[in-house]
Design a protein around this ligand. Structure first.
Ligand SMILES: Nc1ncnc2c1ncn2[C@@H]1O[C@H](COP(=O)(O)OP(=O)(O)OP(=O)(O)O)[C@@H](O)[C@H]1O
Ligand SMILES: [Mg+2]
Length: 227
């Protein structure tokens, strides 16, 4: 039987999705309208329209991915992956963009042979979301450290930065769908990244926690069972 709160949750989710889609849609309509004006710069307008469409596509992809995960269609726990090469690749692909954002990326691997209990693509999703967030939100001059180490309670995968952080009371809420801390509202993003991270990590039998304070960076720590 369905949980009594199910309908309520579903309504809230639908409302959030609609709201998130409305913003780029409204911008797209405004762009199309201005294309009709005399002297309109069409190549520029088309470029901007493309960005809005890309943003909507990304949002829809994320929602689909999350719902697939929730229905168990993406079997996260299946398989195991040597983590170090994946972490290295994710960082290498972003060195330049991080540099432009003024964020230094650092990798600390305690054991090159550590295996984590999820498929490569899922591990990639987790690390990409966390590193992307640091590049997007930490701010100029910050350092983001990605580390992997064995501990007694499991394999710890941690992404921490010493940048802008979030208010302490926001930290536990970051994993909620569509939750964005205030500072981020001017930047693009739908607030789904960390919800996806949490879902993947928990499906793989692990847990994830965020700790931070305003101006003192954010530390996201995943603990995974040894594969
Ligand atoms: N490293 C960080 N430093 C400061 N704030 C962060 C950091 N990572 C996440 N946040 C905050 O957490 C919020 C939620 O992050 P999440 O990744 O879930 O969504 P998003 O980045 O806003 O959008 P998406 O990842 O779906 O594109 C962000 O909007 C931001 O406010
Ligand atoms: Mg994100």
């Amino acid at each position: 039987m369905r949980h009594p709160d199910y309908e309520e949750l579903r309504t809230a989710f639908t409302a959030a999705v609609s709201h998130e889609l409305r913003t780029p849609l409204a911008r797209l309509v405004a762009l199309l309208e201005s294309a009709d004006l005399p002297g309109a710069n069409l190549p520029e307008l088309l470029g901007k329209a493309r960005v809005e469409v890309d943003e909507m596509t990304e949002l829809v992809d994320d929602i689909l991915f999350l719902s697939e995960l929730e229905q168990g269609r993406e079997v996260v726990a299946l398989g195991e992956t040597e983590a170090a090469p994946v972490l290295r690749a994710v960082i290498d692909e972003r060195i330049e963009r991080a540099e432009i954002a003024g964020v230094r990326l650092e990798l600390r691997i305690a054991d090159e042979s550590l295996l984590v209990p999820m498929r490569r693509r899922m591990l990639r999703t987790v690390v990409e979301n966390l590193v992307e967030n640091a590049i997007r939100y930490a701010g100029e001059g910050a350092t983001c450290v990605v580390s992997l180490r064995p501990e007694e309670r499991g394999i710890v995968l941690e992404v921490s930065d010493d940048g802008a952080g979030v208010p302490e009371e926001d930290a536990p809420r970051l994993f909620e769908r569509f939750f964005r801390s205030d500072r981020a509202r001017t930047t693009r993003g739908s607030g789904l990244g960390l919800a996806i991270v949490k879902h993947v990590v928990e499906t793989a039998g692990g847990n994830v926690e965020a700790r931070g304070a305003k101006g003192r960076g954010l530390d996201v720590r995943c603990v995974l069972p040894s594969a």
